[in-house]
Write a protein that binds this ligand. Sequence first.
Ligand SMILES: *[C@@H]1O[C@H](CO)[C@@H](O)[C@H](O)[C@H]1NC(C)=O
Ligand SMILES: *[C@@H]1O[C@H](CO)[C@@H](O)[C@H](O)[C@H]1NC(C)=O
Ligand SMILES: *[C@@H]1O[C@H](CO)[C@@H](O)[C@H](O)[C@H]1NC(C)=O
Length: 460
Amino acid sequence: MDLRRAGSRMMRGVCVFLSFMALGGLLQPELTGVLDDCFCDVESIDVFNNFKIYPRVKKLMERDYFRYYRVNLKRPCPFWPDDGHCSIKDCHVEPCPESKIPVGIKSGNYNKFAQAAGKMTECEQAKELGAINSTLSNQSKEAFADWARHDDAQDHFCELDDETSPDADYVDLLLNPERFTGYKGPSAWRVWNSIYEENCFKPRSVYRPLNPLAPSRGDDDGEAFYTWLEGLCLEKRVFYRLISGLHSSINIHLCAEHLLDEGWGRTVWGPNLKEFRHRFDTAETKGEGTRRLKNLYFLYLIELRALYKVAPYFERAIVNLYTGNSQEDGATKELLLQIFNEIKIFPMHFDEKSMFAGHKMEAKILKEEFRLHFKNISRIMDCVGCSKCRLWGKLQTQGLGTALKILFSEKEIKNLPEHSPSQGFQLTRQEIVALMNAFSRLSTSIYQLHNFRLLLKESR
Ligand SMILES: *[C@@H]1O[C@H](CO)[C@@H](O)[C@H](O)[C@H]1NC(C)=O
Ligand SMILES: *[C@@H]1O[C@H](CO)[C@@H](O)[C@H](O)[C@H]1NC(C)=O
Ligand SMILES: *[C@@H]1O[C@H](CO)[C@@H](O)[C@H](O)[C@H]1NC(C)=O
């Protein structure tokens, strides 16, 4: 399988074979050139995304069909007890009853009181920033009842009950942008830690580099880890890279939409270069940052590939992005098809054929294992303490789950009838909304990265 690295199938002259092809190789000075496990280069993806995809996807996500996502944010964490104060509804970093907060801080004079108030400020801030704005117009609510009749359920890659549970509510994604919430520290680490440590096929004896919860064993942590990763089959390595890519993407959004200033009733959001450096700078992260970013590009290509594969599903006349307003629905579909057309022209795609291509029995087992691990990760999202973070975590894992479902259903998609409902392969509204929003998040990350590169240049 690793023959893919041999370089015989490069699609474009722009691909320069750089010395960092091996994951375990030397520290990479810059994020540039060819990506591992796939013959694509960062620069071409940037141009393609930032000019062709990002502006269109951004517009698409503003359409009614895509802006409302139905989700159950009240499911308890199945893996460990909720830590009481910091659980389900709002995002509390520490318990902080409203009544205990000094009036001066409540009224918004954060900066003035920040030093004196210390933790209290951070706590209230996190609670406020992490809460969901559940404002929905009556008109929207009526429409949702109508939509529900058009949704049908089918086999899912992710957990089903989010959509059908009576606790599930529609959330307006435009009112709840993914950005800094103040949710951090041990309870946030724990979620990511259990994803990486217990769900990425990793033995306990191998530690992830820079894992804040692992016993520090010095500089050779990274080496042992990358030797392990290199030794995995392509599928398991891909799995790890998808998770890492997702983690990177989420962190980029939090850095790009950071709380810069708050006070006098005004909130200012924008890029926080210091936070970005802390997570992605080569020197500050001992080379981890570059790997994280490469995994983001890798994830982008996987989801791009899924969109390419699923295009025929949407091109059928029978598929309608239903909101009840046929003019609007037509325009939404047209915009979606435009995006698919751009994707079809783009020559660099991850070739998923080499996944699960080994021994037939072995491949079947692997695919199932892959699916179960992934399903588990979507359940871990119920352990995220901050509502807004949970919303976006669920949406993005469901989106990736849908992308994987598509990639593994190639045959069924090829044989879809043009004018009658599909039998072998179907997507629910939820899956479609999650798929496109998750891709939009990745597209936004790559766009925001460009901005960070410019800021870094300026700051030198
Ligand atoms: C929620 O969003 C609406 C519409 O933008 C806004 O009027 C309202 O103040 C927001 N509510 C909260 C609690 O932020
Ligand atoms: C929305 O519906 C509720 C309950 O049906 C009603 O009390 C409220 O006045 C309505 N709001 C608007 C703005 O129509
Ligand atoms: C699912 O995740 C939990 C929490 O990280 C872990 O304890 C459990 O072993 C995982 N199960 C599977 C099948 O991966």
